[in-house]
Design a protein around this ligand. Structure first.
Ligand code: RTP
Ligand code: MG
Length: 135
């Protein structure tokens, strides 16, 4: 079974849509095997988004993702990485298809409600970062 790291970003928690995001994950048939509400420190945030270190939006992204509590989850199931990315929709919520999480809830390319690992390799790295005790 494949695993992916899902985050409900601080904007999603602030807007009280944690329940809906979790419902969509469960409805799809994916299983939540770890879940925690936490506020990221700067070091963890920089490490999580390390592939974007050189992007112009990096410092703003770190500020946003550390700006309030988020929900971190490990989600498991058949092709979980792709399955969740498909539920999330395109990075830019303006372009994300209606029916996806970002398509239904967002307008802002940064405050786009959820994160999902982009490959099984990223998933393994991110799960270790957020849930080091998970087997
Ligand atoms: P994520 O990593 O959060 O799941 O999102 P993603 O794969 O769909 O998009 P990615 O390219 O990895 O971007 C990471 C996050 O950075 C913010 N972003 N801001 N200001 C901008 O142009 C911009 N572009 C991306 C978003 O929060 C995006 O999800
Ligand atoms: Mg990404």
């Amino acid at each position: 079974m494949e695993r992916t790291l899902v985050l409900i970003k601080p904007d999603g928690v602030r807007r009280n849509i944690v329940g809906d995001v979790i419902s969509r994950i469960e409805r799809k048939g994916l299983k939540i095997i770890a879940l925690e509400l936490r506020t990221l420190d700067e070091e963890t945030a920089r490490s999580h988004y390390e592939e974007h270190t050189d992007k112009p939006f990096f410092s703003s992204l770190v500020e946003f993702i550390t700006g309030g509590p988020l929900v971190a989850m490990v989600v498991e199931g058949n092709r979980a990485v792709e399955a969740f990315r498909s539920l999330a929709g395109a990075t830019d919520p303006v372009l994300a298809a209606p029916g996806t999480i970002r398509g239904d809830y967002g307008l802002d390319v940064q405050a786009n409600i959820v994160h999902g690992s982009d490959s099984t390799y990223s998933a393994e790295r991110e799960i270790k970062l957020f849930f080091p005790d998970l087997a």
